[in-house]
Design a protein around this ligand. Structure first.
Ligand code: CA
Length: 252
């Protein structure tokens, strides 16, 4: 399928550094958002390593060469497996960087990735950066956060509303750089013309309610750049407590 995409990031109104990174690679139809963490600029390095290594992997492997050094999950298409392998490779790269430079110890990054082929958008993620599908005026969350509060919601210990305000809402349970092996979650969207996929960091979803995200994206249906700007403005108008990143991908 043909896709059109636009991405934007902003430091927000409270932070000194932007530890988010994103990629819009129209030729490969690869789209990424990563949200790094770690002191002394390490968060910026972690998210940059993730974005660079995932794009390098996708640009240098082919759909039909099944020679990736990772397990193949029969539940998913080849392109989805390729994307999951790219995330696992990025985990290794983040770990390698920490091994080489002690100042980077403890860094990590989330990532949410979308890779489109002829019919399908593959989505894979680690951490609490999210993907949403906006279709026919409805917004649905594609990813489940790898976060402590989300696990509590799933276990029935917290409501969604309590989770949003919880002091531990920023604690993530899975990240690139967090362990020797990482398991990305994946899903596949049978895309229809007009579908919009939003990839974003928690600097957006932590500040702007989903109803407002939906309103902004649908109000700027034909102008993805304008939609991205308004999403970032909305996060900053509500305090801009975190770095904020949005990538919008529209199926044509
Ligand atoms: Ca963040």
């Amino acid at each position: 399928m043909d896709v059109k995409a636009f991405g934007l990031t902003h430091v927000g109104r409270q932070r000194q550094h932007n530890e988010d990174a994103f990629l819009v690679e129209n030729d490969a139809r690869l789209f990424l958002v990563a949200d790094g963490m770690g002191g002394h600029a390490a968060g910026e390095i972690a998210s940059r390593i993730a974005v660079d290594s995932i794009s390098e992997f996708i640009l240098h492997t082919k759909e039909d060469d099944g020679t990736w050094p990772h397990a193949y999950d029969e539940h998913f298409r080849r392109s989805t497996n390729r994307l999951m392998a790219a995330l696992r490779m990025a985990n290794t790269r983040v770990l390698e960087a920490m091994r080489k430079d002690a100042r980077l110890r403890g860094m990590g990054t989330t990532v949410v990735a979308a890779l489109a082929d002829e019919q399908t958008v593959s989505v894979a993620h680690v951490g609490d950066s999210r993907a949403y599908l906006i279709r026919e005026g409805q917004l649905s969350r594609i990813t489940n956060d790898h976060s402590w509060v989300f696990e509590q919601v799933q276990a029935g210990m917290l409501t969604e509303a309590e989770a949003e305000k919880h002091p531990l809402r920023n604690v993530i349970t899975r990240a690139l750089g967090g362990a020797l092996q990482v398991t990305p979650d994946a899903s596949e969207i049978d895309a229809r013309p007009g579908d919009v996929v939003l990839l974003c960091s928690d600097g957006l979803t932590g500040m702007v309610p989903e109803s407002e995200i939906l309103r902004i994206v649908t109000a700027n249906d034909s102008d993805l750049e304008q939609a991205c700007r308004q999403l970032i403005d909305a996060a900053n108008e509500r305090g801009g407590l975190d770095n904020v990143t949005a990538v919008l991908v529209r199926a044509m």
